[in-house]
Design a protein around this ligand. Sequence first.
Ligand SMILES: [Zn+2]
Length: 448
Amino acid sequence: MSHAFFTPPEGARFALRNVRAPRCLVRAELAPGDTDLVAVDLLIDAGSIAAIEPAGRLPAALGPDLDASMVLPGMVDCHTHLDKGHIWPRQPNPTGDVPGASRATGQDRVANWNADDVRRRMEFGLATAYAKGVVAIRTHLDSLAPQASISFPVFREVRERWAGRIAMQVSSIAPLDPFMGDEGRQLADIVAESGGRLGAVTRFAKYPDEPMPDELDEALARLMALATERGLDLDLHVDESTDPRSRALIRVAQVASQFGFAGRILCGHCTSLALQTDEFIAATIAACRDAGVDIVSLPTVNMYLQDRTAGARTPRWRGVTVLHEMKAGGLRVAVAGDNCRDPFYAYGDHDMLDTYTQAVKIVHLDHPFGDWIRAATETPAAIMGIEAGVLAAGAAADLILLKARSFSEMLSRAQFDRAVLRSGRAIDTRLPDYRLLDDLMVTSAGSG
Ligand SMILES: [Zn+2]
């Protein structure tokens, strides 16, 4: 019933023979080599990968020869906004930039984000991601009161319903202002009750034009104190800006080191770091390494929002952070999907294979491809602290199979006909119909 190019054998024990896997994701004793892909046979048993052998080892009776088709582990999206997803038809962003996105989203949130609205759009996003072969997602939830008390209970219910299909994590997101008072304490409690990460944007709503106000360090320390009291990690939106004055990332790292923050910190975006001097970039990366800061880049959304100006002016920079330098400097770096059909990004389809494919082209993760595919699989899994994103004996047989035989074929043609296996069984890869959300897109103003 699916569109997949291939249907695996029925039954608990079978082989997928003669497939090509990214060498960096395979945990098995294989002949060393310098090719990006390695030829293997996979033995699947009772929902898990039972063995990974060099291609040609497993008998033909066990399963089909896949003629060099690629196999990937299920992919991991460690930075999304499922609560914002798919509101575009009722709330577009006419300016296509960050201030326009914030304004538009705020209007829609106040007008429409009741529990049912948030739940149905989250479910739609998850169903899409699942069909694409995504196995784990962390979502931020807009957390300004009273939204946190609406969205976090919905998240907990949805996480329960999706357990075993998509491993879900949550982080708050709010400007720094509420963390200076009681609202921040209450929010930290809601996050802790939900087993989440304490998250914020490293900006104040009260200083819309000042990226580095005097209170920044105090607010960051306050955030770390709230997290420490509750044993929480942090997940921050940092320097998502075209303004070179925005230099909060190094302050996050420095304050964490001074504070002795014991948790992990994931910092997303960091786009304006790409506008600094090489010396400042190096100092920032060193400070992040010392403080245990991980990085997630959101290339498709950055390219959409950054360096956009009114009128017929062409964007002059890519708007993405210094991912190569960060990885070379020893940081854990991931790429993720971020927004989907909302005022921060008009497009997207919750597809981490597409996110990786676009990241390759936007950030030059090629020539060589090297181990960059880890940034969409193994590394975000490690950042999330979950077992996923590699091909290993004993791991769940959560696999994406592609007709493509090489990175060239995979990155050149949209992989609509992929087969997705979960615990060794093919799932239906048809996507939910946008029409399912049509009734939510009818606004009181009458547009739809
Ligand atoms: Zn985000």
